[in-house]
Write a protein that binds this ligand. Structure first.
Ligand SMILES: Nc1ncnc2c1ncn2[C@@H]1O[C@H](COP(=O)(O)OP(=O)(O)OP(=O)(O)O)[C@@H](O)[C@H]1O
Length: 313
């Protein structure tokens, strides 16, 4: 369990994280989403005690990271993909890490098998591809058999096979009862990997919501209608639960009515239709709309009133 309460971080005048409150629960994969610069890495560094909060608290399994006697057993993390610049073999790299943390040698072979690096474990880690480097980083994170696993953008730069492998690994770790917290700026990837989403924009919480609820919300359809009598049709369709917008002459975007309802009403009024088609918002579009709102919210002078934990609208 990760508990973040009123967490803020300022670098001089720059506010990187502002009054964040959320929990990351065990047994599920929680995606940490936000556009570049939203404050994801800063939050993760504070969870690990690598950066001191300007205000607020963060605990891992009930204590601050530095208060744990064996922190590697509590949380294993991979922050930002970066190559291991070492002449050591992957196995020796992990053995050295295990030795400094009092972790038994046999655990090194277990994590090598877990990440599928057995065949190259004797090779120089400095020469690894990005995908192999990621696997090695995850092996290092798993050395302490931690209850919490936290990965910052683990799929960045990976090929489809590597992405699939990480997706399955995260689900398997969660199924073992671990807390799994993984950041990404790709909504589509998180929709496939995560059970729950924490979305931030400009350092602020903008959604704390199950993935299924976000997807259902995003799947909200609109209907595109083309008609040479668009103005009359608009008057016919608008109502308390129906919104009609139109970007160009003769085109209407309608939400709140089905294709059939629109077609029937047009026919009853004798109006001609040239197009009647369902439009589905993509997850990525829904995510961009959500985070764009947050950016506008933050830019407003009264930016102090976004309630923490507010669900996606
Ligand atoms: N050490 C620092 N000094 C000054 N500003 C910083 C520092 N670290 C981060 N920032 C700023 O804080 C904001 C949040 O950065 P952070 O790296 O946490 O975002 P992020 O969501 O992880 O984005 P990305 O996906 O691009 O890494 C950014 O505007 C960044 O420029």
């Amino acid at each position: 369990m990760i508990d973040v309460t009123n967490l803020s971080k300022r670098y001089g005048d720059k506010v990187a994280v502002e009054e964040l409150t959320f929990q990351v629960r065990p047994g599920i994969v929680t995606g940490f989403l936000g556009p570049n610069g939203a404050g994801k890495s800063t939050t993760m560094r504070m969870i690990l005690g690598l950066d001191a909060p300007s205000a607020g608290t963060v605990t891992v399994n009930g204590r601050r990271y530095v208060e744990h006697l064996a922190p590697l057993r509590e949380i294993g993390a991979l922050l930002e993909a970066r190559a291991v610049h070492t002449g050591r073999s992957a196995r020796n790299h992990l053995l050295a890490m295990a030795a400094t943390s009092g972790i038994p040698r046999r655990r090194v072979d277990e994590v090598i098998d877990l990440v599928g690096l057995r065949e190259v474990a004797g090779k120089r880690a400095g020469g690894f591809s990005l995908g192999m480097g990621q696997r090695l980083g995850i092996a290092a994170a798993m050395l302490g058999d931690p209850k919490v696993v936290m990965l910052d953008e683990p799929v960045n730069g990976l090929d489809p096979e590597g992405i699939l492998w990480i997706r399955h690994l995260l689900k398997a770790l969660a199924a073992e009862g671990r807390t799994v917290f993984v950041s990404s700026h790709l909504m589509s990837e998180m929709a496939l990997t995560a059970d729950h989403l924490i979305v931030i924009g400009r350092g602020r919480l903008i959604a704390d919501v199950p993935v299924a609820a976000f997807v259902a919300q995003a799947a909200h359809d609109t209907v595109r209608v083309r008609s040479p009598q668009a103005a009359e049709l608009r008057d016919l369709l608008v109502g308390p639960e129906v919104t009609v917008s139109g970007g160009e002459p003769g085109l209407l975007e309608v939400s709140g009515l089905t294709l059939q309802q629109i077609g029937d009403r047009a026919a009853a009024a004798g109006l001609t239709l040239h197009e009647l088609s369902a439009q589905q918002t993509s997850l990525e579009e829904a995510f961009m709309t959500l985070t764009r709102d947050a950016v506008e919210y933050t830019a407003a002078p009264t930016a102090g009133d976004v309630p923490a934990g507010r669900n996606v609208r």
